[in-house]
Design a protein around this ligand. Structure first.
Ligand SMILES: *Cc1c(COP(=O)(O)O)cnc(C)c1O
Length: 419
């Protein structure tokens, strides 16, 4: 349920006149969710590029301060780091998309993750994260937080007994991604939330790879959801941003720290993100279709060893994915028959996907994780992290599936001596 108003509010109308609550689908929400009236009645949200805000007189300022103390300020701002109308519009839309009471926008996904964890974890506490995690997130948890006296256990994803066994008296938080990168493991969120509730531990889920169109963790009992909005939410490989969403009481202290630590988004980026969000529904439909078609093609190809895609019956978490997700996204990971160099030759032979890290934009991207993300590690160290030399990560864009498949087919022919 959400408040949706696509009609401009006449200047003579009382601002407290609210439109009726209507039930809406995710595509409608990505276009209209949290829409605010604006003084110009412009169809696109105004970009308020301002570092500070003015007050008419001291009475106006005192009124603002009193309202702030009561927590009832909606449409006034004091200083750029504490809030901005364009950023507020994105936050409202993202909250609608996640079914959350509140959302906060950050300068990057890592800013959202680090500010959230630093807020929720006092010194002397402990957190549990699942493996197959985004490399910087894992490093932050196991190295940076350690310096602050915060301990971290890494448990194998999908092992719920190990997860529960790792919880201690001082455990405050469980952090997991779903689907994970690069093996697209899917966490049973109901089960994870149940374990966390029994131990009174807060749950934070990074579901960047699903987007709220495919998965809404809060519906499965999760406390907070984080995203790198750089990926599917923005959708065009042209900006960095991050988001955290959840209950207002959990978001409030994170907001205070964001105001202080300052990893705020930029108003212009927020406007671009709003623009990107409007097509989230149609983009995700195409990413989902391309993902499924390419995964099915790869699975039957003789030069391909193994394919990981939650939409394939062969994926270890297919059943959970079917139950929990509306679609399986545009990321497909697979191993080819060949060594490190053979795999690089295959990657180099592709013409549509470009060699780049990241995902979620219109353009298909390809990376060989052993080279792209773990270059400085030895083959053995990579093996330990589960990164095989012949692993390829395809981040499918919104091109035509037939073209992508034809391109993969011609590139795989460089491995023909293995077939
Ligand atoms: C990209 C990514 C991040 C980091 O986000 P940035 O916007 O690059 O800071 C975190 N988690 C996942 C799953 C990601 O894919």
């Amino acid at each position: 349920m959400t408040t949706l108003n696509t009609r401009p509010i006449a200047l003579t109308e009382q601002p407290e006149v609210r439109p009726p609550q209507v039930r809406t689908g995710p595509s409608t929400l990505s276009v209209h969710g949290g829409r605010q009236p604006n003084p110009y009645h412009s169809i696109s949200e105004p970009i308020v590029q301002a570092a500070t805000y003015t007050f008419v007189d001291t009475e106006d300022l005192c009124y603002f301060k009193d309202q702030s103390l009561w927590g009832v300020v909606e449409d006034r701002y004091e200083y750029g780091r504490y809030g901005n109308p364009t950023i507020r519009s994105v936050e409202k839309r993202l909250a609608c998309l996640e079914g959350a009471e509140a959302a906060l926008l950050f300068s990057s996904g890592m800013a959202a993750i680090t500010t959230t964890l630093l807020t929720l974890l006092p010194s002397g506490s402990h957190l549990v994260i699942t493996d197959d995690a985004y490399r910087q997130t894992r490093q932050f948890c196991t190295h940076f937080l350690k310096r602050l006296g915060i301990a971290c256990s890494v448990v194998p994803i999908g092992d719920y007994q190990a997860l529960e066994a790792s919880i201690r008296a001082e455990t405050r938080l469980i952090f997991s991604e779903t689907p994970t990168n690069p093996y697209l493991r899917v966490v049973d969120l109901e089960r994870l939330a149940d374990i966390a509730h029994r131990h009174r531990v807060t749950t934070v889920i990074d579901t960047t790879i699903a987007s709220p169109l495919n998965l809404r963790p809060l519906e499965w009992g999760i406390d907070l959801v984080v995203h790198s909005a750089t990926k599917y939410l923005a959708g065009h490989n042209d900006l960095l941003a991050g988001v955290v969403a959840g209950r207002a009481e959990l978001i409030a202290p994170i907001h205070e720290n964001l105001d202080m630590m300052g990893a705020i988004a930029d108003p212009l980026n927020a406007a671009w993100l709003l623009r990107g969000l409007k097509t989230l529904g149609v983009r995700m439909e195409r990413h989902n279709r391309n993902g499924q078609a390419v995964a099915e093609f790869l699975e039957q190809h003789p030069a391909v060893e193994c394919v990981w895609y939650p939409g394939l019956a062969s994926h270890p978490d297919h059943e959970i994915a079917l139950r929990q997700m509306r679609g399986f996204g545009g990321m497909v990971s697979f191993t080819v028959k060949g060594d490190l160099d053979d795999t690089s030759r295959f990657v180099d032979a592709l013409t549509i996907p470009q060699i780049a890290t990241s995902f979620g934009g219109a353009e298909s991207l390809v990376s060989q994780p052993a080279v792209m993300s773990y270059y400085e590690l030895s083959s053995e160290e990579r093996q330990e992290l589960g990164i095989r030399d012949n692993l390829v990560r395809l981040a499918l864009g919104i091109e035509d599936a037939d073209d992508l498949i034809a391109d993969l087919n011609q590139a795989l022919s460089v491995l023909r001596h293995y077939q």
